[in-house]
Design a protein around this ligand. Sequence first.
Ligand code: ATP
Ligand code: MG
Ligand code: MG
Length: 377
Amino acid sequence: MNVLIYGCGQLAQMMYLAACPLGITVRAVDVDNECVVHPISKDTLTLSLEDAIQQADAISVEFEHIPEHLLALAQKTGKLMPSMDAVLAGADRVREKTLLDTLAVANAEHAIVSELSQLDEVVEKLGLPLILKASRDGYDGYGQWRLKTLESLPELKDELQTLDLSAVPLVVEKMVPFDRELSLVGVRNVKGEIAFYPLAENTHHEGQLHVSIAPAPDSDARLQAQAEKAFTAIANAFKYVGVMAVEFFQVGETLLVNEIAPRVHNSGHWTMAGADTSQFENHIRAVAGLPLGSTEGKTLSAMLNIIGCDHFSRELLSVPRTQLHLYGKKVRAKRKMGHINITADSYTKLGKKLKKVAEYLPVEHFPRIQNEANKLI
Ligand code: ATP
Ligand code: MG
Ligand code: MG
Protein backbone atom coordinates (compact mmCIF):
# COMPACT_ATOMS: atom_id res chain seq x y z
CA MET A 1 0.00 0.00 0.00
CA ASN A 2 1.28 3.49 -0.65
CA VAL A 3 0.18 6.99 0.22
CA LEU A 4 1.22 10.08 -1.72
CA ILE A 5 1.54 13.31 0.23
CA TYR A 6 1.52 16.73 -1.42
CA GLY A 7 4.29 18.62 0.33
CA CYS A 8 7.71 17.37 1.45
CA GLY A 9 8.38 19.12 4.76
CA GLN A 10 8.49 17.83 8.30
CA LEU A 11 4.84 16.78 8.38
CA ALA A 12 5.30 14.46 5.38
CA GLN A 13 8.44 13.17 7.06
CA MET A 14 6.61 12.37 10.29
CA MET A 15 3.77 10.70 8.38
CA TYR A 16 6.34 8.58 6.56
CA LEU A 17 7.91 7.52 9.87
CA ALA A 18 4.50 6.65 11.33
CA ALA A 19 3.48 4.67 8.24
CA CYS A 20 6.60 2.45 8.16
CA PRO A 21 5.53 0.01 10.91
CA LEU A 22 2.13 -0.34 9.24
CA GLY A 23 3.83 -1.54 6.06
CA ILE A 24 2.67 1.56 4.21
CA THR A 25 5.04 3.52 2.00
CA VAL A 26 4.73 7.30 1.95
CA ARG A 27 6.00 9.26 -1.03
CA ALA A 28 6.13 13.04 -0.97
CA VAL A 29 5.61 15.62 -3.67
CA ASP A 30 7.70 18.75 -3.97
CA VAL A 31 4.80 20.88 -5.17
CA ASP A 32 7.00 23.74 -6.39
CA ASN A 33 9.01 21.54 -8.71
CA GLU A 34 6.19 19.04 -9.32
CA CYS A 35 8.42 16.07 -8.64
CA VAL A 36 8.20 13.06 -6.35
CA VAL A 37 10.73 12.90 -3.51
CA HIS A 38 11.68 10.67 -0.63
CA PRO A 39 10.12 12.20 2.51
CA ILE A 40 13.35 11.96 4.55
CA SER A 41 16.25 12.46 2.14
CA LYS A 42 14.19 14.66 -0.22
CA ASP A 43 15.99 12.91 -3.08
CA THR A 44 14.00 13.06 -6.29
CA LEU A 45 12.61 9.66 -7.26
CA THR A 46 12.72 8.39 -10.83
CA LEU A 47 8.96 8.40 -10.92
CA SER A 48 6.80 10.96 -12.62
CA LEU A 49 4.11 12.77 -10.65
CA GLU A 50 1.47 11.25 -12.95
CA ASP A 51 2.75 7.72 -12.27
CA ALA A 52 2.96 8.39 -8.52
CA ILE A 53 -0.65 9.60 -8.54
CA GLN A 54 -1.72 6.58 -10.52
CA GLN A 55 0.12 4.14 -8.22
CA ALA A 56 -1.07 5.73 -4.97
CA ASP A 57 -3.80 4.06 -2.95
CA ALA A 58 -4.51 7.36 -1.25
CA ILE A 59 -3.38 10.95 -1.77
CA SER A 60 -3.23 13.54 0.99
CA VAL A 61 -1.61 16.85 1.91
CA GLU A 62 0.76 18.11 4.59
CA PHE A 63 -0.04 21.74 3.90
CA GLU A 64 -3.12 23.58 2.65
CA HIS A 65 -1.30 25.92 0.27
CA ILE A 66 -1.07 23.50 -2.64
CA PRO A 67 -1.43 24.77 -6.23
CA GLU A 68 -5.03 24.18 -7.26
CA HIS A 69 -4.22 22.31 -10.46
CA LEU A 70 -2.35 19.69 -8.42
CA LEU A 71 -5.28 19.31 -6.06
CA ALA A 72 -7.60 18.96 -9.04
CA LEU A 73 -5.35 16.27 -10.53
CA ALA A 74 -5.60 14.25 -7.33
CA GLN A 75 -9.29 14.98 -6.77
CA LYS A 76 -10.32 13.55 -10.11
CA THR A 77 -8.79 10.17 -9.23
CA GLY A 78 -11.17 9.96 -6.24
CA LYS A 79 -8.16 9.25 -4.00
CA LEU A 80 -7.66 12.69 -2.42
CA MET A 81 -8.34 12.65 1.33
CA PRO A 82 -9.42 15.09 2.67
CA SER A 83 -11.22 16.36 -0.41
CA MET A 84 -10.22 19.38 -2.47
CA ASP A 85 -13.06 21.44 -0.93
CA ALA A 86 -11.77 20.77 2.55
CA VAL A 87 -8.18 21.66 1.64
CA LEU A 88 -9.30 24.87 -0.06
CA ALA A 89 -11.38 25.88 2.96
CA GLY A 90 -8.19 25.73 5.00
CA ALA A 91 -6.19 27.55 2.34
CA ASP A 92 -8.53 30.44 1.73
CA ARG A 93 -9.72 32.52 4.65
CA VAL A 94 -12.74 33.82 2.75
CA ARG A 95 -13.95 30.27 2.14
CA GLU A 96 -13.12 29.40 5.73
CA LYS A 97 -15.16 32.26 7.19
CA THR A 98 -18.05 31.57 4.82
CA LEU A 99 -18.07 27.95 5.94
CA LEU A 100 -18.00 28.83 9.64
CA ASP A 101 -20.81 31.33 9.22
CA THR A 102 -22.90 28.88 7.15
CA LEU A 103 -22.48 26.22 9.83
CA ALA A 104 -23.16 28.79 12.58
CA VAL A 105 -19.82 27.97 14.23
CA ALA A 106 -18.78 30.89 16.45
CA ASN A 107 -15.75 32.87 15.24
CA ALA A 108 -14.29 36.38 15.47
CA GLU A 109 -16.37 39.22 14.05
CA HIS A 110 -14.99 39.95 10.59
CA ALA A 111 -15.44 41.56 7.18
CA ILE A 112 -13.99 40.90 3.74
CA VAL A 113 -12.12 43.72 2.01
CA SER A 114 -11.57 43.32 -1.73
CA GLU A 115 -10.91 47.01 -2.42
CA LEU A 116 -8.84 49.32 -0.29
CA SER A 117 -11.60 51.95 -0.38
CA GLN A 118 -13.77 49.63 1.73
CA LEU A 119 -11.34 49.70 4.63
CA ASP A 120 -12.55 52.91 6.31
CA GLU A 121 -16.09 51.65 6.50
CA VAL A 122 -14.96 48.28 7.87
CA VAL A 123 -12.81 49.95 10.52
CA GLU A 124 -15.79 52.07 11.52
CA LYS A 125 -18.12 49.07 11.65
CA LEU A 126 -15.85 46.65 13.53
CA GLY A 127 -13.96 49.11 15.72
CA LEU A 128 -10.34 48.78 16.87
CA PRO A 129 -8.07 46.90 17.41
CA LEU A 130 -8.19 44.85 14.22
CA ILE A 131 -6.11 42.18 12.58
CA LEU A 132 -5.98 42.06 8.79
CA LYS A 133 -5.10 38.78 7.13
CA ALA A 134 -4.34 38.04 3.48
CA SER A 135 -6.93 35.46 2.54
CA ARG A 136 -4.41 33.15 0.91
CA ASP A 137 -0.91 31.78 1.54
CA GLY A 138 -0.59 32.95 5.14
CA TYR A 139 0.91 30.82 7.87
CA ASP A 140 3.03 31.33 11.00
CA GLY A 141 1.63 34.84 11.18
CA TYR A 142 2.90 35.91 7.74
CA GLY A 143 0.56 38.04 5.64
CA GLN A 144 -0.98 39.76 8.65
CA TRP A 145 -1.20 43.36 9.76
CA ARG A 146 -2.43 44.75 13.05
CA LEU A 147 -4.28 48.03 13.31
CA LYS A 148 -4.40 49.44 16.82
CA THR A 149 -5.06 53.14 16.33
CA LEU A 150 -6.86 55.29 13.77
CA GLU A 151 -3.71 57.39 13.42
CA SER A 152 -1.86 54.45 11.89
CA LEU A 153 -4.58 53.75 9.32
CA PRO A 154 -3.06 55.91 6.51
CA GLU A 155 0.31 54.24 6.95
CA LEU A 156 -1.32 50.81 6.81
CA LYS A 157 -3.21 51.76 3.65
CA ASP A 158 0.07 52.77 2.04
CA GLU A 159 1.50 49.41 2.89
CA LEU A 160 -1.52 47.57 1.50
CA GLN A 161 -1.47 49.56 -1.73
CA THR A 162 0.87 47.07 -3.38
CA LEU A 163 -1.54 44.16 -2.88
CA ASP A 164 -4.06 43.05 -5.48
CA LEU A 165 -7.05 42.80 -3.16
CA SER A 166 -9.47 41.93 -5.96
CA ALA A 167 -7.47 38.73 -6.52
CA VAL A 168 -6.56 38.04 -2.89
CA PRO A 169 -8.93 39.88 -0.55
CA LEU A 170 -8.22 40.63 3.08
CA VAL A 171 -10.14 39.15 5.95
CA VAL A 172 -10.36 41.87 8.57
CA GLU A 173 -11.00 40.48 12.04
CA LYS A 174 -11.72 42.04 15.34
CA MET A 175 -8.84 41.34 17.75
CA VAL A 176 -10.24 38.87 20.24
CA PRO A 177 -9.23 39.60 23.85
CA PHE A 178 -8.80 35.90 24.48
CA ASP A 179 -7.91 34.26 27.78
CA ARG A 180 -5.90 31.66 25.93
CA GLU A 181 -5.57 29.72 22.68
CA LEU A 182 -6.57 26.09 22.38
CA SER A 183 -6.66 23.60 19.56
CA LEU A 184 -8.52 20.40 18.94
CA VAL A 185 -6.95 17.72 16.79
CA GLY A 186 -9.21 14.92 15.67
CA VAL A 187 -9.51 12.27 13.01
CA ARG A 188 -12.48 11.17 10.91
CA ASN A 189 -12.61 8.01 8.82
CA VAL A 190 -14.59 7.10 5.70
CA LYS A 191 -17.37 5.62 7.84
CA GLY A 192 -17.83 8.98 9.56
CA GLU A 193 -16.40 7.86 12.88
CA ILE A 194 -14.50 10.62 14.67
CA ALA A 195 -11.89 10.32 17.42
CA PHE A 196 -10.68 13.40 19.29
CA TYR A 197 -7.49 14.11 21.14
CA PRO A 198 -7.81 16.20 24.30
CA LEU A 199 -7.64 19.97 23.79
CA ALA A 200 -4.13 21.44 23.77
CA GLU A 201 -3.24 24.89 25.11
CA ASN A 202 -1.04 26.81 22.69
CA THR A 203 1.27 29.73 23.32
CA HIS A 204 2.29 31.84 20.34
CA HIS A 205 5.07 34.37 19.98
CA GLU A 206 5.07 36.80 17.08
CA GLY A 207 2.32 34.83 15.36
CA GLN A 208 4.13 31.50 15.63
CA LEU A 209 3.40 28.52 17.85
CA HIS A 210 6.07 28.07 20.51
CA VAL A 211 4.62 25.83 23.22
CA SER A 212 1.72 23.38 23.44
CA ILE A 213 0.54 21.76 26.67
CA ALA A 214 -1.82 18.79 26.48
CA PRO A 215 -4.29 18.07 27.84
CA ALA A 216 -4.89 21.81 28.29
CA PRO A 217 -4.73 22.67 32.01
CA ASP A 218 -8.09 23.62 33.58
CA SER A 219 -9.99 22.19 30.66
CA ASP A 220 -13.21 20.43 31.47
CA ALA A 221 -15.69 18.18 29.71
CA ARG A 222 -17.88 21.14 28.70
CA LEU A 223 -15.04 22.93 26.95
CA GLN A 224 -13.97 19.72 25.22
CA ALA A 225 -17.56 19.07 24.13
CA GLN A 226 -17.89 22.61 22.76
CA ALA A 227 -14.74 22.15 20.70
CA GLU A 228 -15.84 18.71 19.49
CA LYS A 229 -19.18 20.10 18.37
CA ALA A 230 -17.50 22.74 16.19
CA PHE A 231 -15.04 20.18 14.83
CA THR A 232 -17.80 17.70 14.02
CA ALA A 233 -19.86 20.29 12.15
CA ILE A 234 -16.86 21.23 9.99
CA ALA A 235 -15.63 17.67 9.42
CA ASN A 236 -19.07 16.32 8.54
CA ALA A 237 -19.71 19.19 6.13
CA PHE A 238 -16.83 17.88 4.01
CA LYS A 239 -17.26 14.16 4.74
CA TYR A 240 -13.71 14.75 5.88
CA VAL A 241 -11.23 11.86 5.93
CA GLY A 242 -8.01 12.22 7.90
CA VAL A 243 -6.66 14.35 10.71
CA MET A 244 -7.89 17.91 11.04
CA ALA A 245 -7.05 20.61 13.57
CA VAL A 246 -9.26 23.45 14.72
CA GLU A 247 -7.66 26.44 16.47
CA PHE A 248 -9.76 28.29 19.04
CA PHE A 249 -9.69 31.43 21.13
CA GLN A 250 -11.10 30.86 24.60
CA VAL A 251 -12.99 33.86 25.95
CA GLY A 252 -14.49 33.03 29.33
CA GLU A 253 -16.40 29.80 28.78
CA THR A 254 -16.79 30.38 25.06
CA LEU A 255 -14.70 29.08 22.21
CA LEU A 256 -14.35 31.03 18.96
CA VAL A 257 -12.80 29.27 15.99
CA ASN A 258 -9.67 31.04 14.77
CA GLU A 259 -8.87 28.80 11.83
CA ILE A 260 -8.98 25.25 10.59
CA ALA A 261 -6.06 23.20 9.32
CA PRO A 262 -7.01 20.35 6.97
CA ARG A 263 -4.03 18.22 7.97
CA VAL A 264 -1.84 17.05 10.81
CA HIS A 265 -0.93 20.06 12.91
CA ASN A 266 1.97 21.45 14.91
CA SER A 267 -0.20 21.63 18.03
CA GLY A 268 -0.69 17.86 17.72
CA HIS A 269 3.00 16.94 17.79
CA TRP A 270 2.71 16.10 21.50
CA THR A 271 0.68 13.02 20.49
CA MET A 272 3.94 11.31 19.42
CA ALA A 273 4.84 10.91 23.08
CA GLY A 274 1.67 11.61 25.01
CA ALA A 275 -1.16 9.76 23.28
CA ASP A 276 -1.86 6.11 22.53
CA THR A 277 -1.67 6.78 18.77
CA SER A 278 0.12 9.75 17.22
CA GLN A 279 -1.75 12.15 14.95
CA PHE A 280 0.56 11.03 12.12
CA GLU A 281 -0.33 7.37 12.50
CA ASN A 282 -4.01 8.21 12.79
CA HIS A 283 -3.93 10.26 9.61
CA ILE A 284 -2.30 7.37 7.75
CA ARG A 285 -4.79 4.92 9.27
CA ALA A 286 -7.73 7.08 8.21
CA VAL A 287 -6.64 7.61 4.60
CA ALA A 288 -5.58 3.96 4.29
CA GLY A 289 -8.98 2.76 5.48
CA LEU A 290 -7.57 1.13 8.62
CA PRO A 291 -9.29 1.24 12.03
CA LEU A 292 -8.59 4.48 13.91
CA GLY A 293 -6.21 4.26 16.87
CA SER A 294 -7.06 5.35 20.41
CA THR A 295 -6.63 9.10 20.88
CA GLU A 296 -6.51 8.93 24.65
CA GLY A 297 -3.85 11.02 26.32
CA LYS A 298 -1.83 8.55 28.39
CA THR A 299 0.15 11.20 30.27
CA LEU A 300 0.65 14.99 30.36
CA SER A 301 2.72 16.53 27.58
CA ALA A 302 4.57 19.66 26.63
CA MET A 303 5.76 20.34 23.10
CA LEU A 304 8.42 22.98 22.43
CA ASN A 305 9.09 24.17 18.91
CA ILE A 306 12.72 24.68 17.98
CA ILE A 307 12.57 27.81 15.85
CA GLY A 308 15.37 29.48 13.92
CA CYS A 309 18.20 27.77 15.79
CA ASP A 310 20.23 24.57 15.74
CA HIS A 311 22.82 25.29 18.38
CA PHE A 312 21.74 23.70 21.61
CA SER A 313 23.05 20.84 23.67
CA ARG A 314 21.72 17.40 22.78
CA GLU A 315 22.34 16.68 26.47
CA LEU A 316 18.77 17.86 27.00
CA LEU A 317 17.92 14.23 26.25
CA SER A 318 19.25 13.42 29.72
CA VAL A 319 16.05 14.87 31.17
CA PRO A 320 13.86 11.77 31.63
CA ARG A 321 10.91 11.41 29.26
CA THR A 322 12.21 13.96 26.78
CA GLN A 323 12.22 13.33 23.02
CA LEU A 324 13.92 15.28 20.29
CA HIS A 325 12.57 15.42 16.74
CA LEU A 326 14.72 17.27 14.22
CA TYR A 327 13.52 17.90 10.70
CA GLY A 328 16.92 18.04 8.97
CA LYS A 329 16.48 21.59 7.67
CA LYS A 330 19.04 24.34 7.17
CA VAL A 331 18.70 26.99 9.84
CA ARG A 332 16.91 30.21 8.94
CA ALA A 333 15.26 32.87 11.07
CA LYS A 334 11.74 31.86 12.20
CA ARG A 335 12.07 28.44 10.55
CA LYS A 336 10.68 25.45 12.42
CA MET A 337 13.73 23.21 12.82
CA GLY A 338 12.32 20.56 15.11
CA HIS A 339 10.42 20.04 18.32
CA ILE A 340 10.90 18.61 21.78
CA ASN A 341 8.27 16.48 23.48
CA ILE A 342 8.31 16.17 27.25
CA THR A 343 5.92 14.07 29.34
CA ALA A 344 5.17 13.84 33.05
CA ASP A 345 2.45 12.59 35.37
CA SER A 346 1.50 15.93 36.90
CA TYR A 347 1.49 19.52 35.66
CA THR A 348 3.89 20.48 38.45
CA LYS A 349 6.36 17.83 37.36
CA LEU A 350 5.91 18.88 33.74
CA GLY A 351 6.68 22.49 34.65
CA LYS A 352 9.82 21.44 36.52
CA LYS A 353 10.96 19.34 33.57
CA LEU A 354 10.41 22.28 31.24
CA LYS A 355 12.76 24.30 33.41
CA LYS A 356 15.36 21.52 33.33
CA VAL A 357 15.14 21.26 29.52
CA ALA A 358 15.37 25.05 29.25
CA GLU A 359 18.83 24.91 30.84
CA TYR A 360 20.10 23.31 27.61
CA LEU A 361 18.41 25.79 25.26
CA PRO A 362 19.38 29.29 24.09
CA VAL A 363 16.81 31.45 25.88
CA GLU A 364 16.51 34.01 23.04
CA HIS A 365 15.00 31.34 20.79
CA PHE A 366 12.67 30.03 23.47
CA PRO A 367 11.17 33.21 24.94
CA ARG A 368 8.07 31.49 26.30
CA ILE A 369 9.38 28.49 28.22
CA GLN A 370 9.98 30.04 31.63
CA ASN A 371 6.56 31.62 31.78
CA GLU A 372 4.84 28.42 30.68
CA ALA A 373 6.83 26.40 33.19
CA ASN A 374 5.95 28.80 36.01
CA LYS A 375 2.26 28.58 35.15
CA LEU A 376 2.39 24.78 35.47
CA ILE A 377 4.34 24.63 38.74
P1 ATP B 1 -0.75 29.17 11.49
O1 ATP B 1 0.74 28.98 11.42
O2 ATP B 1 -1.35 28.73 12.80
O3 ATP B 1 -1.49 28.67 10.30
P2 ATP B 1 -1.57 31.79 10.57
O4 ATP B 1 -0.52 32.60 9.92
O5 ATP B 1 -2.57 31.11 9.73
O6 ATP B 1 -0.89 30.76 11.56
P3 ATP B 1 -3.50 32.76 12.52
O7 ATP B 1 -3.64 31.47 13.24
O8 ATP B 1 -4.68 33.31 11.86
O9 ATP B 1 -2.26 32.79 11.54
O10 ATP B 1 -2.94 33.85 13.55
C1 ATP B 1 -1.69 33.67 14.21
C2 ATP B 1 -1.83 34.09 15.66
O11 ATP B 1 -2.16 35.49 15.72
C3 ATP B 1 -2.95 33.41 16.40
O12 ATP B 1 -2.57 32.13 16.88
C4 ATP B 1 -3.20 34.44 17.50
O13 ATP B 1 -2.20 34.37 18.48
C5 ATP B 1 -3.07 35.74 16.77
N1 ATP B 1 -4.39 36.13 16.21
C6 ATP B 1 -4.87 35.83 14.99
N2 ATP B 1 -6.12 36.32 14.81
C7 ATP B 1 -6.45 36.94 15.95
C8 ATP B 1 -7.62 37.64 16.41
N3 ATP B 1 -8.68 37.82 15.65
N4 ATP B 1 -7.58 38.14 17.68
C9 ATP B 1 -6.49 37.98 18.47
N5 ATP B 1 -5.38 37.34 18.09
C10 ATP B 1 -5.33 36.83 16.86
MG1 MG C 1 -3.10 29.20 9.40
MG1 MG D 1 -3.11 29.58 13.24
